[in-house]
Design a protein around this ligand. Structure first.
Ligand code: FBP
Length: 552
């Protein structure tokens, strides 16, 4: 295999570990007080009698101590790719080897289905070394199969037992970690002899709380998008003839858009959570954008950049109601819907079942968007917002609004729009130093939890806004993060998504600046991720983490 010069250099990078792990195997654990879930305590406790209330765990630096016998661990990558996944696996590998040199790591292939279908490979040093500090999930590949039925749990148990696996590590987002917790509960209840540990992954940044400071991949993905936004801003400011509408990944929460806004200072940054809070209609959003376009046309020129979170559409109250109704219809009448022939039959089927208000909203949307809203949900019941072209919808509606204003003599500019979607471009980038260190530490922490026989925990590494010499690590009970939500037409326990807090420092920082960024041209150009060089360039943390932890 030939590798690029950068990749070769990155192989040589040694990720840093928190002091509690740097000494080698960690067995010293400090247990905190009993914990409760973030909401719906009674219902969550009832569903997780084995795991609910477990204490939070903190590792303390301790002398090297090895296990008496090796352990076998299985690992699954679940959901969308996020930079740093390979380092989590490398961390697990090195961690279990430090616990006992004969310990073995098995990677289940293609996501959670690997463990039920018994598709796996043993991860040896040679394989691991080939992927250290690289982006992507291609070492074992990922998938979105949902592990939820007893039959799947039993298949997974049998396949793990055959390999002598006593801990399964699930690297995933909120939905995958919810299922990891269900699996942990089932295995504890049935004395299966298999523990389950989660790791917080998602570029979306919405799996975080007091103890999970960030989901891995968010840092790198935002840096890639910010580089691209900066490049487009330079182009916009050079050509001065286009308005660029850029949709950014982030299925529900708008953390990515907010972080990129803070890194690049675009003229318009829409935040879904604010739209919901202000109950803004689609028309109001369009009017707000059009007003900025018109104002800039008179002062700066007919150019600008607007960034839009892909989840925006779900935050617009009337569209949110529509999507909730669509979700229930598509979940409860999937067979009948599938039997409809052609788009017009499908539209009639849906319209007939929607409430009057939802039907009105649905009918007012362009047909392309209607069709995109009817597409299959993912296995967790989510609308696949990356397939909905909100950037084109907004560009089109803003164009129409400006034409109206022109006819009324209120606007005299020239509006020409370009639409972009940045998502997949950032998910497999080589992890930044932050993600390389964080992911390796998460994997090593998961190994330590496995070595201590813990289950139902998520690996946690905190203080990451400080130098690695001050990082702390341990485990957080997954039930602590749960509440009850409606999914696929049913109430289910799920990890609560961390949405953008409107009273949080990152959003307040945007508010303090957005008038200036809208009316002037104050673009920032962060440039590409730097892996080598001065620490203030290479070891930056996200603005979000910095503002949340140092000013929050
Ligand atoms: P995860 O939550 O699984 O990490 O995935 C996040 C994400 O990248 C979203 O930002 C995006 O909407 C979605 O995955 C795209 O999914 P897919 O890879 O299936 O197209």
């Amino acid at each position: 295999m030939t590798v690029s010069a950068l990749q070769k250099a990155r192989y040589a990078y040694s990720p840093k570990l928190p002091p509690a792990l740097a000494e080698g195997a960690v067995i010293e654990i400090e247990e905190g007080a009993a914990t409760t879930s973030v909401a719906d305590q009674e219902a969550v406790a009832k569903l997780f009698p084995e795991n609910y209330g477990k204490p939070k765990l903190t590792f303390t630096p301790s002398p090297r101590e090895q296990l008496n016998a090796p352990i076998n661990v299985g690992v699954i990558l679940s959901g969308g790719q996020a930079p740093g996944g390979h380092n989590v696996i490398a961390g697990i590998f090195d961690g279990i080897k430090s616990l006992h040199p004969q310990s073995r790591l098995f990677g289940f292939l293609g996501g959670p289905s690997g463990v039920t279908d018994n598709e796996y490979m043993e991860l040896t040093k040679e394989i691991i070394d080939e992927y250290r500090n690289t982006g992507g999930f291609d070492m074992i590949a990922s998938g979105r199969t949902k592990l939820e039925t007893t039959e799947q749990f039993e298949q997974a148990r049998a396949n793990c037992a055959a390999l002598g696996i006593t801990t399964l590590v699930v690297i995933g987002g909120d939905d995958s970690n919810t299922n990891a917790c269900l699996l942990a509960e089932y295995y504890a209840r049935t004395n299966a002899g298999i523990n389950v540990i989660g790791c917080p992954k998602t570029i979306d940044g919405d799996l975080k709380n007091e103890y999970i400071e960030a989901s891995f991949g968010f840092d790198t993905a935002c840096r890639v998008y910010s580089e691209l936004i900066g490049n487009i801003q330079r182009d916009a400011n050079s050509a001065r003839k286009y308005w660029h509408f850029i949709k950014l990944m982030g299925r529900s929460a708008s953390h990515i858009t907010l972080e990129c806004a803070l890194q690049t200072h675009p003229n318009i940054s829409l935040i879904g959570e604010e739209v919901l809070e202000k109950k803004q209609t689609l028309d109001e959003i369009v009017e707000e954008i059009a007003s900025i376009v018109a104002k800039r046309s008179e002062t700066e020129g007919d150019f600008g950049v607007a960034i839009i979170p892909e989840g925006l559409i779900e935050f617009i109250p009337e569209v949110r109601t529509l999507i909730a109704e669509l979700n229930d219809i598509l979940a409860n009448e999937s067979a009948a819907f599938a039997s409809m022939k052609g788009r017009s039959e499908q539209l009639a089927f849906i319209n007939h079942r929607l409430s009057k208000e939802a039907s009105y909203t649905f009918s007012s949307l362009p047909v392309a968007i209607q069709t995109q809203l009817m597409l299959d949900r993912d296995p967790h019941g989510n609308v696949q917002v990356s397939l909905i072209e909100t950037e084109k919808l907004l560009a089109e509606l803003v164009g129409l609004k400006l034409s109206e204003w022109k006819a009324e003599g209120k606007y005299n500019g020239r509006f020409s729009a370009q639409a972009h979607f940045f998502g997949y471009e950032g998910r497999c980038a080589a992890p930044s130093n932050y993600d390389a260190n964080y992911c390796y530490s998460l994997g090593y922490t998961a190994a330590a939890l496995a070595g201590s026989g813990k289950t139902g925990y998520m690996a946690s590494v905190t203080n990451t806004y400080k130098p690695t010499s001050e990082w702390e690590c341990g485990g957080v009970p997954i039930t602590m993060m749960m509440n009850i939500e409606r999914r696929h037409g049913e109430d289910k326990p799920v990890i609560q998504k961390a949405l953008v807090k409107l009273d949080g420092e990152p959003f307040l920082e945007l508010c303090r600046n957005r008038e200036k960024w809208a009316t002037t041209t104050d673009y920032q150009y962060p440039g590409p991720i730097q892996y080598f060089g001065p620490t203030e360039v290479c070891d930056q943390i996200t603005k979000t983490l910095e503002l949340e932890r140092t000013r929050g």
